[in-house]
Design a protein around this ligand. Structure first.
Ligand code: LAG
Ligand code: CA
Length: 607
């Protein structure tokens, strides 16, 4: 077809198009493509402002395939000016109002959830529901949103009868009843056996689900009787349809001990596996990693375990390996992302000197400052491991294949024929040839950079005959996987959606046929990850056209490189140049010209 008449002229001829312009919702443009596939990796953006989380979703988390952000608690909290606004204010709720925390307003929170959803990233809320505030550091408030309160009285929410009767600290940690009914570090312990309390907690969590929150970390879950956790979770609504509906994802903070194990909480959801944290951290701290193919053996079943190298408590109270350890710690987080056991939770920290109570970078009134990864005390160590998230996603479902070691500090292993990773927890480089099940081609080393929109910003390695030779840096890694190929040289191809070998077309004559209902004056374009489709800039996208006979099918043609995977979406462009993106994730394709070097993409606008 290829009709290129002035649009107004074309559309004026179409019956029903004389209607006035209707204002459109302008959805945020995906600055980058969101990788498809399995996305379950969680990053804890500890203490980040909502607006900073939103920016990170767009710039880094979505493009690299992170699945979710654990955000710090969003409910109203105590404000402890006298103690210099410590980070742990958040863990003392004053009400379930989302109006104002040190990290921002309710509107900013909502905007974050929406922005992250557009980027394909879920928000998991740290739900502090075992307790309210403590004595000592608090008086009557007001809390961060202005509420007054006292330890056992939160007007309009909880009164004295809503707290357990054991109004003292947990003393005997071998007594399960005490652990669950007395006070954790002096925090007033909610009577979670009561319907009133269960309903209030469920109201709070359902408000978040209504905003689009997709999951929860249940803080101090071990201190809430199992039946009470069950009763609260059973009251929750299903998550937003954009996430496929279904139950919210839940992981429970259970620091297992001889009295309470993770097993009593797995019926309700996932659990934190602290033994994994200790095992991986000691192994990397000691440079003794050769045995780690078996990591996770004997622990909570991997499909129920959330795993981490450090969390916000361990990095302060019981540090084994943390951001302060630099490359070796990054290496451990990379290993976690390469290894099949558990759902990985990557830590993102800020530094403090001396006093571990120190809050995040903040203004004089205790309001948290926006994150600038190159300033203040933000570490942003999740960025150093971002490429490994793509490895984790690409090898999902593949077991550990053949492994090699060299002394106790070096270990390399395959993940089926989808990936291969080598880790060197020693102070000298490790050069050797590795035998993999990977198809032949050029691979982006995602342990040392990222692979986004087909662009590799890391060293590349040539796999030939399934083998590659690498020098794994001291305290470093090399990781290759089949979704980060820059060129495929394997005669059998490199898998669906990947560059294919033996490209026989110099270019593919590509045609897009899209069924799109438009208003008079609107234009339709194809915008995508490759320059031919505007590199995600709608202004440079491929313009489609239609006419009275063809409408609502819009058509356009361009030449595309064969065998290069790309992503795209359709957009409607209004006369004032505002842009409406179609909904849903990015579309994926690889031009494959076939014998006549042409290809047609037939699509329908996704509402
Ligand atoms: C958690 N998981 O079960 C959190 O991961 C952990 O960070 C929380 O403790 C704890 N449970 C309660 O939600 C943090 C700090 C504590 C702090 C507490 C409440 O690690 O140090 O306690 O939050 O803000 C602070 C003081 C205590 C005092 C208490 C009550 O440090 O000395 O007794 O407040 O006033
Ligand atoms: Ca309790």
């Amino acid at each position: 077809m290829g009709v290129r008449r002035p649009l107004a002229a074309v559309l004026a001829a179409v019956a029903g198009f004389a209607s006035p312009l209707v204002p459109l919702t302008v959805a945020a443009s995906p600055a980058h493509a969101a990788p498809a596939g399995n996305r379950d990796v969680i990053v804890h953006l500890f203490q980040w402002r909502w607006e900073s989380v939103a920016e990170e979703c767009e710039s880094t988390l979505g493009p690299n395939g992170f699945g979710a952000v654990q955000v710090s608690p969003p409910q109203e909290h105590v404000v402890l000016a006298g103690e210099g606004y410590p980070w742990w204010q958040d863990y003392q709720p004053v009400s379930y109002a989302l109006d104002q925390t040190r990290r921002g307003t309710r509107a900013e929170f909502v905007d974050m959830v929406d922005t992250c959803r557009e980027a394909g990233v879920k928000i998991y809320v740290d739900a502090v529901v075992n307790h309210m505030s403590g004595t000592g550091s608090v008086g009557s408030g007001p809390g961060s949103a202005g509420s007054t309160y006292s330890k056992y009285d939160y007007p309009g929410l909880y009164q004295s009868q809503d707290f357990n009767d054991c109004r003292r600290d947990i003393a005997d940690w071998n007594d399960k009843w005490e652990v669950q009914h007395c006070e954790l570090v002096g925090l007033s312990d909610l009577r979670t056996s009561s319907d009133h309390v269960r309903d209030r907690i469920a109201d709070y969590l359902n408000e978040l689900v209504g905003i689009g929150v997709a999951g929860f970390r249940i803080d101090a879950a071990k201190h809430i009787p199992e039946a009470d956790v069950q009763a609260i979770l059973s009251r929750l609504d299903d998550v937003h349809p954009d996430w496929g509906g279904g139950r919210p994802y839940v992981f429970q903070e259970v620091i297992a001990d001889g009295t309470i194990g993770t097993g009593s909480y797995t019926p309700m959801g996932d659990v934190t596996e602290f033994q994994y944290h200790r095992d991986i951290s000691h192994a990397f701290a000691d440079g003794s990693i050769a045995h780690l193919t078996g990591l996770g053996g004997g622990l909570t079943p991997g499909d129920k375990a959330v795993v981490f190298v450090a969390n916000h408590d361990t990095q302060r109270n019981d540090p084994i390996l943390t951001h302060a350890d630099g490359a070796r710690y990054d290496l451990a987080q990379k290993f976690m992302l390469a290894h099949p056991y558990g759902t990985p939770k990557v830590m993102s920290s800020y530094t403090w000197s001396g006093d571990p109570r120190t809050g995040p970078p903040m203004d004089a009134d205790g309001t948290t400052r926006p994150t600038d990864c190159s300033a203040d005390r933000w570490v942003c160590e999740h960025r150093a491991v971002a490429g490994m998230v793509s490895f984790h996603n690409a090898v999902a479902g593949q077991g550990i294949g053949p492994s090699v070691t060299d002394g106790s500090g070096r270990l390399a292993f395959a993940r089926g024929s989808a990936g291969y990773a080598a880790f060197n927890a020693t102070s000298s480089a490790w050069t050797r040839t590795f035998t993999t099940g990977l198809p032949d081609g050029t691979y982006c080393d995602v342990a040392n950079g990222t692979f986004v929109d087909g662009v590799c910003d890391a060293p590349t390695y040539q796999v030939s005959g399934g083998r590659f030779t690498a020098t794994v840096p001291a305290d470093g890694a090399v990781a290759l996987h089949v979704e980060a190929l820059t060129e495929c040289t394997d005669p059998d191809g490199c898998g669906p959606g990947q560059p294919s070998a033996g490209d026989d077309c110099s270019a593919v004559a590509a045609r897009f046929d899209a069924t799109v209902t438009t208003w008079y004056g609107q234009e339709v374009r194809v915008v995508g990850s490759i320059p031919e489709l505007g590199s995600w800039n709608p202004a440079n996208g491929l313009r489609l056209s239609t006419d009275a006979a063809a409408y609502p099918v819009w058509t356009g043609q361009t030449a595309l490189p064969e065998g290069v995977p790309f992503e795209y979406k359709y957009v409607k462009v209004n006369p004032d140049d505002t842009v409406e993106w179609e909904h849903g994730g990015n579309r994926w394709a690889t031009a494959d010209g076939g014998p006549d070097c042409s290809q047609t993409f037939t699509d329908s606008w996704r509402e």
